[in-house]
Design a protein around this ligand. Structure first.
Ligand SMILES: [Zn+2]
Ligand SMILES: [Zn+2]
Length: 345
């Protein structure tokens, strides 16, 4: 005996007929409205409780994609194709009209839906903390009892700080921001939104400039039952700077880096690398710095001596010739003036 649809009586193999199955199934559900939360300061958008990086997409596009994301399809609804038109219905309100095509159990489907989209402008966590002078850590960069930080070091540190805060933010740390950066007696203070950033930054400065790192923590209160700490990361720069030219164990070298407490040096003559202990770094004679190099014209050359024109007095002067330097009279070389005469780099 042929079975029939219990709803309409159409002959079927079993269960409901196609049309009755379709009529009793919800293929697409939509919410009553969708909210798009955007920071009015930086333009970042909140979704699923998280703030995302600001996008350059116009608000209309964000509203349309929020409406599409809010659609919920029956799991057997195949290949939805969505046409959307957005109408502005208020200062911060839109109506998204959607034309949805697809198929269900082999039958083509076309449905129309409307979702109101509200744009909600607020200040994101990051922007409100920045405006509220919030900070978690301070990186203090200081010279030592022999020298203060140089202007060049301060400028370089500022640049590094900006780029690290920026990349931390793009890497997902919402609190990766510089609250304030100020030059103080003897160095620079960098006040930061996150302790994690402060630690990373302090380590990067120590790797680049050497010296000692000291972290101290201070309890500043409680938030949601948890202790809140602020940390201070003091980096005390060493006596030697990158590029300093020193006379060590009978040869001229320059400071090429730092590794913990040891100073890495590279000889000017052969480019040979070696390292110098902390004790020696404190006492070795500093003759000049590669950054202060000047161009000097070569007048005559000898096997181990160059006669050059002093770039400031235009008088002739002698400088020892690095072993592998190929140079002809009339060409220029880089020199550093020291108390003991010129050094050719
Ligand atoms: Zn039926
Ligand atoms: Zn913001």
């Amino acid at each position: 005996m042929q079975a029939s649809c219990p709803k309409c009586g159409m002959p079927v193999e079993e269960g409901l007929c196609r049309q009755c199955t379709l009529d009793s199934t919800t293929l697409i559900t939509t919410p009553d409205m969708v909210e798009v939360v955007i920071c009015s300061v930086c333009g970042s958008r909140q979704s699923k409780g998280k703030w995302h990086l600001p996008e350059s997409r116009p608000i209309e596009e964000l509203a349309s994609s929020a409406a599409v994301d809010a659609l919920c399809f029956h799991k057997e609804f195949a290949g939805p194709e969505i046409g959307i038109s957005l109408r502005k219905v208020g200062a911060t309100r839109y109506l998204a009209k959607m034309d949805i095509k697809g198929s269900f159990k082999g039958q083509s489907i076309s449905e129309q839906h409307e979702i109101p989209v509200w744009i909600k402008l607020v200040a994101c966590d990051r922007c409100s903390r920045m405006a509220g002078k919030y900070f978690q850590s301070t990186v203090q960069l200081r010279g030592n009892n022999i020298r203060s930080m140089s202007l060049k070091e301060i400028e370089e540190c500022k640049k590094v700080a900006h780029s690290m805060a920026d990349s931390g933010y793009h890497g997902g740390d919402q609190l990766s921001f510089i609250q304030e950066m100020k030059e103080v007696k003897g160095g620079l203070d960098i006040i930061l939104g996150s302790t994690q950033l402060g630690r990373r930054m302090a380590r990067a400065f120590q790797e680049r400039f050497g010296g000692r790192l000291l972290e101290t923590c201070k309890l500043v209160g409680k938030k949601d039952g948890r202790d809140v700490f602020r940390s201070t990361l003091l980096v005390r720069f060493p006596r030697l700077k990158r590029g300093d030219i020193v006379s060590f164990r009978g040869s001229l070298s320059f400071v090429s880096g730092f590794d913990g407490k040891t100073t890495q040096i590279t000889s000017l003559q052969e480019g040979r690398r070696s390292s110098m202990s902390e004790e020696n770094s404190e006492i070795v004679e500093i003759l000049g710095n590669r950054a202060d190099a000047l161009k000097a014209m070569v007048i005559t050359t000898d096997n181990d001596v160059l006669e050059i024109m002093d770039p400031e007095t235009f008088k002739s002067a002698l400088a020892s010739r690095p072993r592998d330097l190929q140079v002809e009279p009339g060409e220029e070389v880089d020199v550093v003036r020291t108390a003991n005469g010129f050094i050719v780099l």
